[in-house]
Design a protein. Structure first.
Length: 147
């Protein structure tokens, strides 16, 4: 059972570390790419799998060396959820900063300005999710050390 917990934590650590580093690099370069979102979603799925696996292992009677394992195994899902909420607010933050009421107001801007607004929104969302993936990788690494 300990091996399964180690494997789950290792998968979450690696997938989210890769997703976080790639997304952070693309954020820094202002080059949002679709594959960054795929990596982020794979990391989120791995975090949910770890939480579900922790539930199965708890039901099977796993006794980790440190009780904090349960926190580190479940907290990545909460971090992902909060990050998604912050990502959703990103668009409105950008619109507010530019004194635009809604997406229809963006549609009335010249094409270059529209692209600028969209890029700023996507970049902000990517930055939020990159930070979340790195936090999740850290939490999974801690889970790996507390099993």
């Amino acid at each position: 059972m300990i091996d399964a917990a180690h494997l789950l934590a290792l998968v979450v650590t690696v997938t989210n570390a890769v997703a976080g580093v790639v997304a952070a690099f693309l954020w820094w370069r202002v080059e949002p790419r679709q594959y960054a979102w795929v990596l982020i979603r794979v990391g989120q799925v791995a975090a949910v799998a770890q939480a579900a696996g922790a539930g199965v292992l708890a039901a099977a009677g796993l006794q980790p060396a440190d009780g904090l394992y349960w926190l580190y195994a479940l907290l990545p899902v909460a971090v992902g959820f909060v990050a998604e909420q912050l990502r959703l607010v990103s668009a409105q933050t950008v619109l507010d900063a530019r004194d635009l009421e809604d997406a229809q107001a963006v549609g009335r801007l010249p094409a270059g300005d529209q692209q600028s607004v969209v890029l700023q929104i996507v970049r902000r969302e990517l930055g939020v999710m990159a930070a979340a993936a790195l936090v999740i990788a850290f939490l999974a690494l801690r889970a790996l050390g507390t099993v």
